[in-house]
Design a protein around this ligand. Structure first.
Ligand code: SF4
Ligand code: F3S
Length: 265
């Protein structure tokens, strides 16, 4: 054991204070209020452990979401001192003595820290048709899959790592002003399917889906999406690329600009 380990082992555990926003929208008698809980910090403690201990030993009515506890399901996203992040991946040692927890804004509130990200993600997916649009009507499940260039597969995989946690939407100023904004998550999905050679949709089709203020032209490049994405997805690069592409396509219909584009591109 190193000197630093010994130091940490003998450090007295902090008494942590959590101020949690409580509200049950289904209960007409409920009004939003902050409730305070105190808990002794333990080694390698995460917010997942904190919330479970509070529910187990102090308050069985506290609502919050968890499934995998490993940063894969995306369901534990909450506001931690004003910043969206995954509770299961947040260590208390990175937090001050007093922490405020609130539900993600923008999404439908189920109660306390629990929000219905799934409902919004499904609506966004249906609206943007986030699945491979293959040419064949009948899929032959026994056919051997076609080879894909490894570099391209890697690029698609990179964007497919999205866990639909909702942090990027909760952090985005545009999303707070426009309820119909598809968010960085939606544009990231379009970027993913645009890359996929099995998807037969054209850029015109993608323009129809995100070529307006609810998509690439609504984004004000506030950059918070990329700052908070727990999977460090390259959201900014993708959004900027799509916006440039869609802007060029939109301008192609204007005769003078169209001549300029074809003489310069
Ligand atoms: Fe979460 Fe990142 Fe996906 Fe947004 S893009 S939903 S922050 S994983
Ligand atoms: Fe929002 Fe990200 Fe654009 S924070 S405004 S989607 S750059």
């Amino acid at each position: 054991m190193s000197a630093t380990d010994l130091d940490t082992a003998h450090k007295p555990h902090r008494l942590l204070t959590f101020n949690i926003l409580r509200y049950d929208p289904k209960d007409p008698a409920s009004t939003p209020r902050m409730q305070q809980y105190r808990i002794e910090e333990a080694e390698s403690m995460t917010l997942f452990i904190v919330l479970n201990e509070i529910r187990e030993y102090q308050d069985p009515t506290l609502q919050f979401d968890f499934v995998c506890r490993a940063g894969i399901c995306g369901s534990s996203a909450i506001m931690v001192n004003g910043r969206p992040q995954l509770a299961c991946r947040t260590l208390t040692r990175d937090l001050p003595d007093e922490t405020t927890l609130a539900p993600l804004p923008f999404f439908e509130l189920i109660g306390d820290l629990s929000v219905n990200t799934g409902k919004w993600m499904r609506g966004m997916s249906e609206r943007l048709q986030t699945w491979v649009h293959a040419q064949e009507k009948e899929i032959d499940l026994h056919r051997i899959e076609e080879r894909m260039d490894p570099d391209l597969a890697e690029q698609i995989y990179e964007l497919d790592r999205c866990i639909e946690c909702g942090c990027c939407v909760a952090a985005c100023g545009t999303a707070q002003m426009r309820k119909d904004f598809v968010g960085a998550v939606g544009m990231g999905k379009i970027a993913r399917f645009r890359l996929d050679p099995r998807d037969t949709r054209t850029d015109d089709d993608f323009y129809e889906l995100i070529g307006d203020d609810t998509g690439v032209f609504g984004c004000m490049s506030l950059l918070a999406c990329q700052d908070v994405c727990p999977k460090s997805l390259p959201l900014q690069t993708q959004i900027a690329f799509l916006r440039r592409k869609m802007a060029t396509m939109g301008l192609e219909g204007v005769p003078f600009v169209s001549r300029f584009i074809s003489s310069t591109c």
